[in-house]
Design a protein around this ligand. Sequence first.
Ligand SMILES: [Zn+2]
Length: 76
Amino acid sequence: MALEPCKECGTLNSTEAEICLACEYPTKGRVRSNWFKWIAICLALLFGLPIIIEAIQVANRQINPQPSPPSRIPIQ
Ligand SMILES: [Zn+2]
């Protein structure tokens, strides 16, 4: 029985083990959590984009302050 380091966390596991005992990462090559990573990225974009857009709008407002109402020019 040989030991091999986990690709994810480096813990030595038996080559006969199907998943890492420490982090449950599959040792047999198949990446289980790949799709999970993409869902996490999509969720981050979904919640992150409105915050970024809001930040840009706030920054624009600070650069271009609200135009003051046109002052009345007395007609002579
Ligand atoms: Zn591991």
